[in-house]
Design a protein around this ligand. Sequence first.
Ligand SMILES: [Zn+2]
Length: 354
Amino acid sequence: MPLRDVEAQDHALDVLRRALTGGRVHHAYLFAGPDGVGKTLAARGMAEALLCGAPRPDGDACGECHHCKRARAGQHPDQHLIARQAKADGGLEQAIKIDQVRELQRSLSFKRFEAARRAVVIAEAERMNTSTANALLKTLEEPGEGTHFVLVTGAPHLLLPTILSRCQRVRFAPLPRPVVARHLQAGAGLDGDTADLVAGLAEGSVGRGLSLAKSPLLAERAELLAKLDDPRGLHDVAGRLDLAEALAEKKEDLPLVFHLLRTWFRDLMLVREGLPDERLVHRDLAERARARATQLNGEQILHRLAAINATERGVFEQAANARLALETLALRLAGAADARPSGDAARGVVRGGR
Ligand SMILES: [Zn+2]
């Protein structure tokens, strides 16, 4: 697809169009930004624009010539697309292989076939290990006349500094919520309200939204939040511990559990500040949020957010026992720690719960 079909990335597209129309296309770009916001589409669009035989006045590909058509079909001999390869079981390889880079270098050593320029797109560039990246580096340093690279990544900090320093970075922003919602309605068949909720949770990423949309946890969201943020506080310790245990058993769901909790308490904070419902992630629960926000002060909400983040780090970065960590969190969210704002909240909960 041409660049003009990439949505809501005006800054990035301006940079690229200016380079294309000014005849100052850098030999290597790094398209950096969250996953699922159109970076790879834009990289393909840039490749099309570079190969097109009759570019438009704004530098974009015409979309009609045989270069454009072949590039779009992934069949242009001067377009090279490097990505993790598929495995026999249908999954993807962990990394881009050094052989793929060597094969690319062999192709680049021949003359161009048809187009005036040559375009190389490397998806998930952070998936190159050090030796693969070093192999690529040689080509990035001397790409040859008319050869242009676009490296795409959601994690630029994982790339070698030597690679980063040879690329011009183009930043891609999270997408506006309505844009994500529209894609979710079209791509995942969600109704308007669900698409809006998932788009709020997806934080500007269509890719993240599509994967969230598949989670069965989504249907239990309102109930789960009501249980974990129960205004009655610690009235049912056993029930809380059972819930924590059940959640811990599905570790793959935990990132979403933490995210739901975080966005819920963030919503409470926004409600307390008097911000309009449109700003909330859980807009459909706005009434509940308003009621709840009268019962918690800002500090209490911040304590809960801190507890959620600390538990998430514990489970995913420090390999804490998920059940114990979630049990503690479930108790901390019940609020007995509120009286000890500066102390160890977890110990406070246990003491208060006795
Ligand atoms: Zn064209």
